[in-house]
Design a protein around this ligand. Sequence first.
Ligand SMILES: NC(=O)c1ccc[n+]([C@@H]2O[C@H](COP(=O)([O-])OP(=O)(O)OC[C@H]3O[C@@H](n4cnc5c(N)ncnc54)[C@H](OP(=O)(O)O)[C@@H]3O)[C@@H](O)[C@H]2O)c1
Length: 343
Amino acid sequence: MARVVCVTGAGGFIGSWIVKLLLARGFAVRGTSRRADDPKNAHLWDLDGAEERLTMLQVDLLDRASLRAAFHGCDGVIHTASPMHDNPEEIIEPIIAGTRNVVEAAADAGVRRLVLSSTIGTMYMNPRRDPDAPLDEASWSDLDYCKSTKNWYCYAKTIAEQSAWAAARARGLDLAVVIPVVTLGELLQPSMNTSTLHILKYLTGEAKAYVNEAHAYVHVKDAADAHVRVLLEPRAGGRRYVCAERTLHRGELCRILAQLFPEYPIPTRCKDEVNPPKKGYKFTNQPLKDLGIKFTPVHEYLYEAVKSLQDKGFLKKISDTKVSERRSSPPHSSQPAMLISKL
Ligand SMILES: NC(=O)c1ccc[n+]([C@@H]2O[C@H](COP(=O)([O-])OP(=O)(O)OC[C@H]3O[C@@H](n4cnc5c(N)ncnc54)[C@H](OP(=O)(O)O)[C@@H]3O)[C@@H](O)[C@H]2O)c1
């Protein structure tokens, strides 16, 4: 379908992988950033095909004209740019108004399909949901619950996605939404990102115990692949795609990290010694499997994430590691319990 694709937030963790996959498939890519010449986007120029087929544009999500100019002449747009924290003063506008502007500008520019990066936080934050029913595209977070629990990121992303669907319907725009969970794996970008920070504290000794919580996880390459497949597959429009490999309690995550990297001081104790391990949601990722995604097992992306933290200097290498022995055949996990996620 698309030959020219615009990727907002192109230099981010998932955005960089999307750009890499699109360039590898021969597409011309227009990447956007709040500052096109930001040194934190320099890694994009090292990607195969970048010199010939990548252009970087400066875009402000709150300036619809700048978005329209970026999308003009594009067949497809993938909107990944978003803050990822819980300060309402900083995130509400770029997430809600920014997403709305992306939809309107994509419709104005006549793009054939818009793919949004949403989040599992738009689905599970609902006190009335049945914990045994897998989250699927009909699941929505409850806005009052997000507000009362001060989960402003989930609140903003839920409103943004819901109004994107309404605006796309009103404008006749072909929209599809990818819903990632905590995304991990090799970092292409030089800077730290929110989801990688999630595991760093367990490796440095900063966290002495893990919390009684659970999250769902996915490999960054699979998340990027999901965005690209959803953009390109003609029958993929009009749907929400949960992009998750499995859900793990934090204790299980720490045990896998310790199995892979026994040289780090990874916690073995839960902060909550009173309550049973929290149970969380189930989900269905079948719609993405139907588009051909084969989800990578957690040991592989945890391994790649930690190697990347070492290679980029975020984590000190400790010698006498058994990692190299395990590189070719990461250990298999026991079947994890299905528990809860936040992202
Ligand atoms: N990583 C995860 O675990 C995860 C899970 C669920 C959903 N998601 C969603 O996936 C998308 C990409 O996530 P990511 O992990 O790749 O994030 P990331 O590495 O933080 O990259 C996001 C990019 O968005 C841009 N951005 C940040 N704050 C912004 C703001 N206030 N206004 C406009 N642009 C801003 C930044 O680009 P510039 O600085 O170059 O402008 C940044 O590089 C996001 O929509 C996120 O909500 C991610």
